[in-house]
Design a protein around this ligand. Structure first.
Ligand code: PGA
Length: 255
């Protein structure tokens, strides 16, 4: 797999409270024994970032944010800047998550502005892409992924790509209990890697990690991560339980 270190992210979405966030974060930190073999990030809701950051500090588990706004500062009511995220210890951000695309209504233009701003600020970015069910049924999976990758990365320089991870998350598989088959996920990942090759050349494409997301659990993680182009996962529901999340992390470490 071209020496790519697997990468597992926990996206807590809009879940947990202060005490629960602390309990899950501390259990993940104390159970994480595979730092050399897998990178791990957890992305709590904004109000808990600093608190969770105090648990993950110096643990090898990174702190990430689910969202942010691309401007430096100013009159953007309700928004959070990259400088604020860095200030509380976050080093990773998500862009293009399907819930922000399809529930909140973010455009490819905004997703690209966010992706570039985060990279220019020195953060790592997990750019999420993926097709809806009707697009899959029409045979458009690879075209949708290619378009979202190309839009998302427009203007991103080759030397910034070491800080980019792509997360392939078929929309119909997120939070539904339905997972792409290992073979279908692998095919989508290979097609995305080809797109990266077209944009940046084969050595950057080979080095870029592509996570799978969509109802990953301890029980299906090894099959997915065993595929040659699947370099870990972005985990929603199962990241809210430390044991389940650690089982997924360990499956990635065993790759
Ligand atoms: P899920 O979410 O694991 O709950 O399907 C994945 C994601 O949205 O990143």
């Amino acid at each position: 797999m071209a020496g790519r270190k697997p990468f597992v992210g926990g996206n807590w979405k809009m879940n947990l409270n202060t005490a629960e966030a602390a309990a899950v974060a501390s259990a993940i930190v104390s159970g994480f024994k595979a730092a050399g073999k897998v990178d791990v990030v957890i992305c709590p809701p904004f109000p808990y970032l600093a608190h969770v950051g105090s648990f993950v500090k110096n643990s090898g588990v990174k702190l990430g944010a689910q969202d942010f706004y691309f401007a430096d500062n100013g009159a953007y009511t309700g928004e959070v800047s990259l400088a604020m995220l860095k200030d509380v210890g976050a080093s990773v951000v998500l862009t293009g998550h399907s819930e922000r695309r399809h529930v909140i209504g973010e455009s490819d233009v905004l997703i690209n502005a966010k992706t570039r701003a985060a990279l220019n600020a020195g953060l790592e970015v997990i750019l999420c892409v993926g097709e809806k069910l009707e697009q899959r049924e029409l045979g458009q999976t690879d075209a949708i992924n290619a378009a979202q990758v190309c839009y998302g990365l427009a203007g991103v320089k080759a030397e910034q790509m070491s800080k980019v991870t792509i997360a392939y998350e078929p929309v119909w598989a997120i939070g539904t209990g339905k997972t792409a088959t290992d073979a279908d996920a692998q095919a989508a990942h290979a097609a995305i890697r080809k797109v990266l090759g077209g944009l940046y050349g084969s050595s950057i494409a080979d080095a870029t990690r592509i996570q799978y997301g969509g109802s990953v659990k301890g029980s299906n993680a090894a099959g997915l991560f065993g595929q040659p182009d699947i370099d870990g996962g972005l985990i929603g529901g199962a990241s809210l339980k430390a044991d389940e999340f650690l089982a997924i992390v360990n499956a990635a470490a065993a790759k």
